[in-house]
Design a protein around this ligand. Structure first.
Ligand code: SAH
Ligand code: F3S
Length: 447
C-alpha cells in the first residue's frame, strides 16, 4: 500500500452530471476513496475534496464545466487546502485546455483511472502548479473487487459493461470511455447480493450496449439468469440494449422470468434507412420493426421507450417524416428526443457538415415531441380501470399527502397515502388506476 500522505477522515463531495453510468461511477469513486479513509461531505462547504463528474455526450458541456469550476473556486479561496478535480467523460478533452483556462484545478481523472484516485489526490496535494492528470484509457479496467459506496435505498445500479465498440458516427462515448469490457459475472453477483442484503429490491444493469455483454463464456442472457437467482432482488432492469445484439435466447430469458421487468429502452435514433446508415447504426428500419415484433410476440405487455436524434447531417424532410411515422407506428410508451449536436472527434464531426439550420432542428423536435405526447397520453389513459402492482418509492414530489412508485413497465404511479401509514419504500402494493396524464398514472390503493 503506497503511503498516501494525507490525513484520514478527509471529506469528499462529488457533483454528478449525465447518465446513470456516471451516477454509478460517482458511487464507485466514493467507494474507492472510502477504502482510504475518506467520507462523504454533506455539502461543498464541508468538503476537503470537490470532484465534478462530467458528461460529454449531448451538450456543449465544456463551457458549463468551466463556468461551474470558476464558481467552485470560491471554496478554494475560503480554504486553500481544498482540492478541486474534474472526472468523467470530459476529462479526456479538458486535458488540453484546463491548464490555460482553469489552472487552479488540481486534478483531471478519466473514467478508467478511478482506481488511482487516492494516489492522484495525494500527488495533487504536494504539487502546487499544474493539475495532476490521468486520462489514460485502459482496455482491461473493470474495477474488479471494488465496492461502490451506496446510500441505503431500494433501487440500485450495477455497471456490467464499460466502454463501447459501436462507434455510431455522432457519438463521443467510444472516445471518452474506451473499448467495451464486460465485468466478471462473479463480481456482478457479489454486488447484487450485497444490494439485496442491504434491503435493495431493484437493480438496473448498466452498459452502453448492455446486451452485447460478454465475459469469457457468459453472455447477457446467462447473466440475467444468474441475477434472477439472487434472493431479495424483486426487479431486474437493464439499459441500454442495442437492437442488433438481441438473441432468441435473450428474448426467451426475458419472457421466462417475472423478475425481469417488462420494460425495454430500445434506441431507434432515426426512422430513415439512409440516416441510420450515415449514423452507422447496424440495423435497418425493417430489422428494427421485426425485432419489436418478436419482442412483443414473446412478451405482449412489454413497454418500450426509445432515443431519437433529429437534424443529423443530411436528414431531409422525407427522412424526418419517416422517423415521425415510425414513431407513430411503433408507439413507444415514451421517448427521449434530441437535436443533433456535433461532438468533436467523431466521424460525423470530421466528415459530415452539421448544416441543418437550428430552426429546422427545433421544428422537427417540436413535432416529434407533440406526436409522442399524444401517443403517451393514449397509452397511459388506456390503463384507467386496471389494477397495477407498484413498488413504492416514497412521497410524491408534488404533494406529501401522496405516495409514488413505479410499475414493472416503468410507469410512475401516484396515489393518496393511506391514513394508517404503514407503507414504506420498497413495499409492493396494488393500485387501481383512475386517471392518467401523458407521464403519470393516478390511482388509489386496493385495500
Ligand atoms: N449506448 C447508449 C447511448 C448513450 S448516448 C444508449 O443506448 O443509451 C444516449 C443517447 O444520446 C443516444 O441514444 C443518442 O440518442 C443521444 N446522443 C448521443 N450523441 C448525440 C449527439 N451528438 N447529438 C444528439 N444526441 C446524441
Ligand atoms: Fe454511442 Fe452508439 Fe455506443 S450511441 S454509446 S457509439 S452504441
Amino acid at each position: 500500500m503506497p503511503n498516501l500522505g494525507h490525513r484520514p477522515g478527509r471529506r469528499v463531495f462529488i457533483e454528478t452530471y449525465g447518465c446513470q453510468m456516471n451516477l454509478a461511477d460517482s458511487e464507485l469513486m466514493g467507494g474507492i476513496l472510502g477504502t482510504q479513509g475518506y467520507t462523504a461531505a454533506p455539502n461543498h462547504d464541508e468538503a476537503d475534496v470537490i470532484l465534478i463528474n462530467t458528461c460529454a455526450v449531448r451538450e456543449r458541456a465544456e463551457e458549463r464545466v468551466f463556468g461551474r469550476l470558476s464558481h467552485l473556486l470560491q471554496y478554494k479561496h475560503a480554504r486553500p487546502e481544498v482540492l478541486l478535480g474534474v472526472t468523467g467523460c470530459m476529462a479526456e478533452r479538458l486535458r488540453e485546455t484546463i491548464t490555460e483556462r482553469a489552472p487552479y484545478v488540481d486534478l483531471v481523472v478519466g473514467p478508467d483511472a478511478y482506481r488511482r484516485l487516492p494516489e492522484l489526490l495525494a500527488e495533487a496535494q504536494t504539487v502546487d502548479s499544474d493539475p495532476v492528470v490521468d486520462v489514460k484509457l485502459d482496455r482491461e479496467e473493470t474495477y474488479r473487487g471494488l465496492s461502490p459506496a451506496r446510500e441505503p435505498g431500494i433501487k440500485g445500479w450495477i455497471t456490467v459493461q464499460r466502454g463501447c465498440d459501436k462507434f455510431c458516427t455522432f457519438c463521443i462515448v467510444p472516445f471518452v470511455r474506451g473499448r467495451e469490457r464486460g465485468v466478471a459475472p462473479d463480481e456482478i453477483l457479489r454486488q447484487a447480493r450485497d444490494l439485496a442484503d442491504r434491503g435493495y429490491k431493484e437493480v438496473t444493469l448498466l452498459g452502453q450496449t448492455v446486451n452485447s455483454y460478454r465475459h469469457e463464456d457468459t453472455d447477457f442472457a446467462d447473466l440475467l439468469q444468474l441475477l434472477v437467482g439472487v434472493d431479495g432482488l424483486e426487479r431486474i432492469r437493464f439499459t441500454s440494449p442495442y437492437p442488433t445484439d438481441f438473441t432468441p435466447k435473450l428474448i426467451e430469458v426475458m419472457a421466462g422470468h417475472d423478475k425481469i421487468c417488462n420494460y425495454l429502452h430500445l434506441p431507434l435514433q432515426s426512422g430513415s434507412d439512409s440516416v441510420l446508415e450515415a449514423m452507422k447504426r447496424l440495423y435497418t428500419t425493417g430489422e428494427f420493426r421485426d425485432l419489436v415484433g418478436q419482442i412483443r410476440e414473446a412478451v405482449p405487455k412489454m413497454a418500450m421507450s426509445t432515443d431519437i436524434i433529429v437534424g443529423f447531417p443530411g436528414e431531409t424532410d422525407e427522412d424526418f417524416e419517416a422517423t415521425l411515422s415510425m414513431l407513430q407506428e411503433i408507439r413507444f410508451d415514451f421517448a427521449y428526443l434530441f437535436k443533433y449536436s456535433e461532438r468533436d472527434g467523431t466521424y460525423a464531426a470530421r466528415k459530415l457538415p452539421d448544416e441543418i439550420p437550428e430552426a429546422v432542428k427545433k421544428e422537427r423536435l417540436k413535432r416529434l415531441i407533440e406526436a409522442q405526447e399524444e401517443i403517451s397520453a393514449e397509452i397511459f389513459k388506456a390503463h384507467v380501470g386496471q389494477t397495477m402492482k407498484v413498488m413504492v418509492e416514497g412521497e410524491s414530489r408534488r404533494d406529501e399527502q401522496d405516495l409514488c412508485g413505479r410499475t414493472d413497465t416503468f410507469k410512475t404511479v401516484v396515489f393518496p397515502r393511506p391514513t394508517t401509514d404503514h407503507i414504506k419504500p420498497g413495499d409492493f402494493v396494488e393500485v387501481i388506476v383512475e386517471d392518467a396524464t401523458s407521464h403519470t398514472l393516478l390511482g388509489r390503493l386496493v385495500s
